[in-house]
Write a protein that binds this ligand. Structure first.
Ligand code: SF4
Length: 274
């Protein structure tokens, strides 16, 4: 039987392997939708502990969202000055809060729960500084608990290396393909997968070095078999090997272009069934 790559069973296998390796993660602490939106806007490309501390300082300095909406970008920047690009994020935050205040003066975004995921994402992505990662995390990690897979840089890197999205897929493409593959997964399932894959990216499949030899999902990863056994893969090796799995990449590219779920399927000839 051919191995169906990119299908739900493949992601279930990834999840189970990661749980075996890391244990079952605790559920993500759910903030209010506006709280999660603010947290996500300031979190990009910043370590979790730093962005969490910055968020806590922000809500400490401005206990009401209406207070924060009155702060200047310079005020906000001064509070979050240790996150990456604090000036840009402060401006985005100001702009987003202004836009929300214009239609929701109480900053209550629970109304998004009455929309479809696609419409709620679109609503959020009209706000400054809100792309697919921020919008999806607002829906999935908050008390809204909507099924939207959060693709951060760790997850995008692993999905590309693993082969379930094209090697040059962007966040939106990776989001779309994953959601298409996992239409029946709950918000909690998707949040758990996010935490597990992110942990893999922080420990074993890092941006600059992938320890494929000790990777719990190496058996099915498209990069791992091509990397010389017994060695850790450098970024250059990963890049070369990732681009060499052309059959898989071509299928995934076709899926991205055409949105055809079936295009993500691998045959046994592309990769041996394990
Ligand atoms: S096998 Fe290597 S490239 Fe693939 S996910 Fe694991 S560490 Fe990353």
């Amino acid at each position: 039987m051919a191995f169906v790559f990119g299908a739900a069973e493949d992601m279930e296998w990834v999840r189970d392997r990661l749980i075996s390796c890391f244990g079952r993660p605790e559920p993500i602490h759910a903030r209010s939708p506006i709280g999660q939106l603010v947290k996500s806007i300031i979190s990009g490309r910043t370590r979790d502990e730093i962005s969490l501390a910055a968020y806590r300082r922000l809500v400490g300095a401005y206990p009401e969202w209406s207070d924060l909406a009155c702060a200047t970008a310079a005020d906000i920047e001064a509070v979050i000055d240790d996150v990456t690009f604090p000036d840009v994020k402060a401006r985005h935050l100001r702009g987003a809060l202004d836009a929300i205040a214009a239609c929701r003066p109480d900053f209550d975004l629970t109304v998004l729960g009455g929309l479809s995921v696609a419409k709620a994402l679109a609503w959020l992505e009209r706000l400054p500084g809100v792309g697919r990662k921020v919008s999806a995390s607002t829906l999935n990690f908050s008390t809204l608990r909507m099924p939207a897979f959060v693709v951060d840089m760790h997850i995008l890197r692993i999905l590309r290396r693993f082969g379930s999205v094209p090697s040059k897929a962007d966040t939106e493409t990776a989001y779309g393909l994953t959601m298409e593959t996992l239409p029946d997964w709950s918000a909690a399932d998707l949040a758990e997968l996010h935490v597990l894959v992110k942990r893999l990216g922080q420990t074993i499949c890092r941006a600059d070095r992938a320890d494929c030899r000790n990777c719990p999902i190496g058996r099915r990863c498209l990069v791992a078999p091509a990397v010389s056994s017994g060695e850790r893969a450098t970024r250059r090796q990963i890049s070369i090997e990732a681009s060499s799995h052309s059959a898989a990449a071509a299928r995934a590219e076709a899926a991205a272009a055409g949105g055809a779920r079936s295009a993500l399927r691998h045959t046994a000839a592309t990769r041996k069934m394990l």
